[in-house]
Design a protein around this ligand. Structure first.
Ligand code: ADE
Length: 261
């Protein structure tokens, strides 16, 4: 619709002036299954973090001369990972306050789109974050709902590692309804996740901390397989892909200036 197109066009550009060298990096990862291989390859150790009583799990260490932390929102009482936007925003804000990172990296899985050229296993460094399931048809609130924010531009990283790029769209459901799809289509999204846009908001309110998103495709949103089956089938392969790509991302960004990425 016209409203969707109009709202999708406005992007908030955070103010990164005054940001400097990347000495401290916090990786925000929603599922422990995604985080575990990375913690191992980066040889990080668990810290008994007390993030104001939140169930946040932090593994940290020194890697290639930088401080690196893998931050996970932890588990629900029922034992499942705290996926979705609530825990993502809270965890990001707490990590920003407690760890004082120069750079946030949201790494994880996503749905990809056939219609924007995506396939299983693709690795994206996303260009922007927005919500597709916050529909508020009131002037001003429509734009607030979509909340489109740019990722830190990283043209050299994208080029050097040969990553794909494009918009990331966030919602609190693994599936989608027709209205979501209209919005995802209008934004030309390449990645559908359940955290990105909320992490971007929290990074903004914590002081415009630069954020990049590295997303591996586990399922095709506009494909013909049931998403939950395709996701579970490809989760391990995606975690392995993150394990090989994320250290390369850290190698590239560590100790560089924010504007040279
Ligand atoms: N994470 C992996 N696949 C996803 C999908 N299709 N939607 C939301 N989050 C995802």
């Amino acid at each position: 619709s016209e409203v969707t197109k109009d709202v999708a066009a406005r992007v908030v550009l955070p103010d990164w002036s005054g940001k400097s060298q990347v000495g401290r990096i916090a990786l925000l990862i929603a599922m422990e299954e995604e985080a575990a291989p990375m913690i191992e390859v980066l040889q990080l150790t668990r810290r008994e973090a007390n993030f104001c009583g939140a169930p946040t799990v932090v593994h940290e260490g020194e890697y290639k001369g930088a401080y690196v932390a893998v931050v996970n929102p932890g588990r629900d009482k029922t034992g499942v990972n705290l996926i979705g936007t609530d825990a993502a925003a809270l965890t990001t804000f707490l990590a920003a306050r407690e760890l004082e990172p120069d750079l946030l990296i949201n790494a994880g899985t996503c749905g990809g789109f056939k219609r924007t050229g995506g396939s299983i296993g693709d690795v994206f460094c996303v260009s922007s974050f927005r919500h597709h399931d916050r529909r508020i048809a009131i002037p001003g609130y429509d734009e607030f709902g979509v909340a489109c924010r740019q990722a830190l531009p990283t043209p050299n990283l994208v080029e050097t590692l040969g990553l794909k790029t494009g918009p990331c769209t966030t919602g609190n459901s693994l599936d989608f309804v027709r209205e979501d799809d209209e919005r995802m289509h209008a934004s030309a999204a390449v990645a559908k996740d359940m955290e990105g846009a909320s992490i971007a908001w929290a990074a903004h309110i914590a002081g415009d901390i630069p954020l990049i998103g590295i997303k591996v495709v586990t399922d095709i949103v506009d494909g013909d397989k049931p998403t939950h089956e395709e996701f579970l089938h490809n989760l391990q392969a995606a975690a392995a892909s993150l394990q090989s790509h994320v250290p390369k991302v850290i190698d590239f960004v560590a100790n560089k200036h924010i504007t040279d990425l």
